[in-house]
Design a protein. Sequence first.
Length: 150
Amino acid sequence: MQLTLFSDYSLRTLLYLASHRERRVAVSEISGAYGISQHHLVKVVQKLIEAELVVSVRGRGGGLMLGRTPADINVGAVVRLTEPHLDLVECFNSATNTCPIDKACGLKGALVKAREAFLGELDKHSLADFAPRAPALIKLWQRQLKAVGS
């Protein structure tokens, strides 16, 4: 199973903001800290703003910050938001399913259970669970930002 880059970048953005709660953060800073496309990150941030996980303040001194406390941001809920279908195999989507053995193979039930176990594990965690790692993460982000000259 592999999450999309959209989900990956969403989780990274939230982790970055959770580690910098004392200030507003520019999209360009997050982009530089991870070495990822700012253009793609803007789309991610927009989704997080719509879900009220992130707040955007415009103008001088503006930037991004968490819209909720880290304890109130559930990792499983974020993945569900950013991976609305989580179709592990073709037969999960009845509208596009063309699998000729769908009615008889039996794998679908096991795969559904596996997906639910995956999400169930993520549901046990909030961003606050990763707050103790902030000092080490900040050092790594600072190194990355120096390397890219931000």
